[in-house]
Design a protein around this ligand. Structure first.
Ligand code: SF4
Ligand code: SF3
Length: 543
């Protein structure tokens, strides 16, 4: 195996014996096989679509297939084999769609393709077959290979957001077309470096649309987030912990547990759920338990109820809680019970059989500062900037992770001067969201914008501020200090770059899949730089 798609990759180079995430070589090969099959599917779906032939099942499967290969999502070889078989069926369907549409238009048989993913069919040994399709076989040119990887990881991250959006009934035909065209392009040996740079920027643009759709879906279902205090203590009663990003799954569970004496707690990226009126109205949405994803093996043994993951980031479960752990959606771990569909009775029964929590009130933290809430007090914010009470804004956000070096973000937030405001989002916030930051004239100094996909909200806030000050986002007293871990962070970075945002600082380390020349390109064109020390970075920013 060889995988270096995430930040914790072995030695900062690549996981080649086994994944630091827990991905075994067979699973890595199956994921490579699936990705290759998806490229074949995209190849024909793209051609069929260009001839006016569209199939919604193909569009959806492509998203789900890509999301399956995101870090910390699917570790189950049996499930991956089923997904690969489905990929082959849909690829065949896409090929027929294309050939039929071609013949109808040209009164000729469609040309046959004799190499690349277009010819992919699953072999008897799917693992052995997948070993042929690893990233080392992408392209002989290191820089082109790097650019293909950036595009591929961008597409994986965008697929995750597009999947959440479609669960809420939101999809977009242009986005589906881009998925097909761009994924097919990753195997097109006639393309050059700048083609992939262009496609990566387009991926960023499409992702802004996708995050916007997801935002629209969330807001239509649950209302705009409002500032809300979240309890970090516990309430007496049975308990279920929900980890992941999917709000709709949480809503269904809240409905099905109403009146049953079960309290629902959020974990990791579910924390922002508390700010949504349509979810906080459930009195048994009791609070948040634990920190970011990488602490689950330490924290879950102390959770006396059922636990369910609805998206990344699952880790190898410790024996002490495997019997009360469930997965839903695309997340899978071998031997862990999978909930198919929307019936959560198995999770509820498990919670009812477990002891639950006593009453133990804890600290409270504030969430719910999406763009609607922040822009609702925009006048106050603008006035504070004009009066000199607010000197600078920092967006300190992104993923958390297990590797050392992430204390930078805690120290950075602590050192931000008292006349500056910190916006944060995604699970990286757990590095500092329990600290006391106070306020500036009633405006909290730490504003939790939401999940990683709420980067959409942060962009709306930055654009509105730029409008109010009659300048570009790059001219605002705003600096972005980002942390990355998996592929959703990659696509958010592409979105920010596609908007022309410069001077972003990124850490805790640079992606192993960015070649030196591609890195130079990013530094020269966007002044994208790695973090150094909190003191030095703050000094460079504030002067
Ligand atoms: Fe290694 Fe990350 Fe790939 Fe897992 S996803 S195998 S940790 S690079
Ligand atoms: Fe975190 Fe996995 Fe990326 Fe949604 S939960 S930000 S790492």
């Amino acid at each position: 195996m060889f995988c270096h798609q995430c930040e914790q990759t072995a030695k900062g180079i690549g996981c080649d014996v086994s994944g630091v995430c827990g991905k075994k070589p067979d699973v890595a090969a199956l994921q490579d096989n699936l990705l290759y099959g998806l490229k074949g599917l995209a190849f024909f779906a793209d051609k069929a679509r260009k001839l006016g032939s569209i199939d919604k099942a193909i569009d959806l499967f492509l998203l789900e297939g890509l999301f399956t290969t995101v870090t910390n999502v699917d570790f189950d070889p049996a499930r991956l084999e089923v997904t690969i078989t489905k990929c082959a069926e849909l690829k065949k369907k896409a090929k027929t769609l294309y050939e039929t549409a071609f013949k109808a238009k040209n009164s000729l048989d469609a040309p046959q393709f004799t190499n690349g993913p277009a010819t992919w069919v699953p072999a008897a040994d799917l693992v052995k077959q997948g070993e042929l399709y690893g990233i080392k076989a992408l392209h002989e040119n290191q820089d082109i290979s790097s650019a293909i990887e950036i595009l591929t990881y961008g597409l994986k991250g965008m697929a995750a957001y597009a999947d959440h959006a479609q669960i809420l009934g939101k999809s977009d035909d242009e986005v589906a077309a881009f998925f097909h065209r761009a994924l097919a392009a990753t195997a097109d040996q006639t393309l050059g470096l700048m083609d992939y740079v262009g496609l990566s920027m387009e991926c960023g643009t499409q992702n802004l649309k996708v995050m916007g759709l997801l935002n629209e879906g969330n807001v239509e279902h649950y209302g705009h987030p409002v500032p809300t205090k979240v309890d970090l203590g516990t309430k007496e009663g049975k308990a279920i912990l929900v980890s992941g990003h999917d709000l709709r799954m949480l809503e269904e569970l809240l409905k099905q547990t109403e009146g049953k004496g079960i309290n629902i707690y959020t974990h990791g990226e579910m924390l922002p759920a508390h700010g949504y009126p349509g979810l906080k109205k459930y009195a048994h949405l009791a609070g948040n338990f634990g920190g970011a994803w990488q602490d689950q093996q330490k924290e879950f043994p102390n959770f006396p109820g059922a636990i369910i993951f609805n998206t990344n980031c699952i880790q190898r479960p410790a024996d002490s809680y495997t019997d009360r752990l469930f997965t839903w959606g695309l997340v899978a771990w071998p031997g862990i019970k999978q909930i198919d569909g929307w019936d959560f009775s198995a999770v509820i029964d498990k919670a009812l059989a477990l002891p639950g929590f006593p009453d133990a009130p804890g600290q409270q933290i504030l969430v719910g500062f999406g763009h609607n809430a922040v822009l609702g007090v925009a006048d106050k914010v603008i006035e504070a900037v004009k009066a000199g009470a607010v000197k600078h804004f920092f967006l300190v956000g992104g993923c958390d992770g297990a590797k050392p070096g992430r204390n930078y973000y805690t120290e950075f937030a602590e050192r931000v001067p008292k006349d500056c405001i910190i916006l944060t989002l995604a699970c990286g916030k757990y590095r500092f969201n329990k600290l006391e930051f106070g306020d500036i004239g009633g405006i909290p100094r730490l504003l939790d914008v939401g999940q990683c996909n709420d980067a959409y909200s942060a962009i709306q806030i930055a654009s509105a501020l730029a409008g109010a000050f009659n300048c570009g986002v790059n001219d605002l007293p705003l600096s972005m200090i980002l942390s990355w871990y998996e592929q959703k962070a990659v696509v958010i970075l592409l979105t920010l770059l596609s908007l022309g945002i410069k001077n972003i600082k990124i850490g805790p380390s640079l992606p192993a899949f960015v070649s030196p020349n591609v890195l130079n390109f990013l530094v020269e064109n966007f002044n994208l730089t790695p973090i150094s020390t909190p003191e030095a970075d703050l000094k460079a920013i504030l002067g």
